[in-house]
Design a protein around this ligand. Structure first.
Ligand code: AMP
Ligand code: GLY
Length: 422
């Protein structure tokens, strides 16, 4: 089969590396991909949001199946457009992708169907939001409604910070139209767990749990980033928590989307916080997480492409999804200065024996060499029998990958290892 993957970061590289091994897949195109992904598949210079061009490419090249990975094409209706010309896809249609596309929608969905989440109020009028903040419990959390490249969430530790956050979104339009509506919600505390799931709208199969490290600095300090590293499984996701999540969150969410006439098919991502009152939803994503995918998929034993096709066909209940009994750690090598400003264009040297474990996010070709072109440059994943071994190996590997201005956190997995000691 000829398969097309839409997207071009480390997550897409992890998907590509997995499906090229499937006996059913003959050819993989990635739109736009990147120069690292180009070593594993054919990359085509079409932006992930250029839906008319994606549709034309699929038509002209007789694509049999498409995997749409990033949030923006999903929210923009890339799957709808491909389905219209008869191409089966992995990923939700626009009606279902709204679960990530609008925080107001997802919060209202959880309220309506009794799915545990932080208490909240929504506002489309700045004066009302500011008035509410005069008596709201502090700390509080302010969220822009729409997609904001993961940056539309502000944790306000003081009333002043909360007021500034509301003004920046609603008055200064820091996130454009995404800030026309905002959510102000209760500040929750507890360890965070990411659970990606496969669902065809009838069956939901959680993948192995993982832990992201969103802050740029060691000890979870500094600015939020796209993610500086991940480990899987997440030790806070105990069998008891998993059972509660399935009963109180995963199945109810799938059913709620069906009841709303927005059946979700694809990868539904649950960002959870394990609070003293039990697991609560922090956010939904309508797609694989990045860099969660880079630790979750290497642990998958079953043929990913087969699972994806079953999701599309509505036959997920017939597939047994199996996982390695092992742990994985992914350490991101970023450009020093990310997520603010950084230099790029430095040559990247990756020892050949590490290629299979390396996922390229921000690199391009320059005079035949791979050079840095983004904030997050690449990730390296180790899979080992224990988490301690995986963390050690991942650091050993990233230490052997060289580029100028390389920055890594030095404590990916440290919190998880501590939790395992208890
Ligand atoms: P999001 O972009 O929605 O993933 O939010 C970014 C990060 O903000 C999350 O990973 C959490 O660490 C934090 N966060 C979001 N909502 C809350 C909340 N209600 N209470 C505490 N922390 C939160
Ligand atoms: N790593 C978090 C996300 O993909 O949104």
């Amino acid at each position: 089969m000829k398969v097309m993957v839409v997207g071009g970061g480390g997550r897409e590289h992890a998907i590509v590396k997995k499906i090229i091994g499937s006996p059913k897949v003959d050819m993989v195109y990635v739109l736009p991909g990147n120069s690292g992904i180009a070593r594993d598949a054919v990359t085509v210079s079409i932006a992930a949001t250029d839906i008319p061009a994606i549709v034309n490419f699929a038509k002209d090249n007789d694509i049999d199946y498409a995997i749409v990975a990033p949030d923006d094409p999903l929210v923009l209706g890339c799957v709808d457009a491909l389905n219209e010309i008869g191409i089966p896809c992995f990923g939700p249609d626009a009606k279902a992708a709204i679960i990530e596309g609008s925080k107001v929608f997802s919060k209202d969905l959880m309220k309506k169907y009794g799915i545990p989440t932080a208490a909240y109020e929504t506002f489309n009028d700045m004066e009302k939001a500011l008035e509410y903040l005069e008596t709201a419990p502090i700390p509080t959390v302010i969220k822009a409604d729409g997609l904001a490249l993961g940056k539309g969430v502000i944790i306000a530790m003081t009333r002043e910070e909360a007021v500034d956050a509301v003004r920046s979104m609603m008055e200064d339009k820091k996130f454009g139209k995404s800030g026309d509506n905002i959510v102000i919600e209760e500040f929750l505390e507890g360890p965070e767990v990411s659970v990606l799931s496969f669902t065809d709208g009838k069956t939901i199969v959680p993948m192995i749990s993982s832990m992201d490290h969103k802050r740029v600095g060691d000890g979870d300090t500094g600015l939020n980033t796209g993610g500086m590293g991940t480990v899987a499984p997440n030790p806070y996701y105990t069998a008891e928590v998993a059972e509660r999540c399935m009963k109180e969150i995963f199945v109810p969410t799938m059913e709620a989307m069906n009841a709303e006439g927005r059946t979700f098919k694809g990868c539904l991502y649950f960002g959870l916080m394990i609070t003293a009152d039990g697991p609560k939803v922090i956010e939904y994503n309508c797609r694989f997480g990045d860099p969660e995918t880079q630790v979750v998929l290497p642990l998958l034993k079953t043929d990913l492409f087969e699972i994806m096709q079953a999701v599309t066909a509505g036959t997920l209940s017939e597939v047994e999804v199996e996982w390695l009994d092992a742990s994985a750690c992914c350490v991101i090598g970023a450009s020093n200065g990310y997520p603010v400003s950084y230099e790029k264009g430095f040559e990247i040297s990756i020892p050949e024996d590490l290629w299979n474990n390396t996922y390229i996010a921000g690199a391009k070709s320059h005079e035949g060499k791979l050079v840095t072109s983004g904030g997050r440059v690449l990730g390296v994943t180790a899979v080992e029998p224990t988490l301690a071994e995986a963390v050690e190996k991942a650091y050993e590997m990233i230490g052997r990958i060289e580029f100028d201005n390389k920055y890594t956190r030095s404590d990916i997995g440290a919190r998880a290892l501590k939790a395992l000691e208890k």
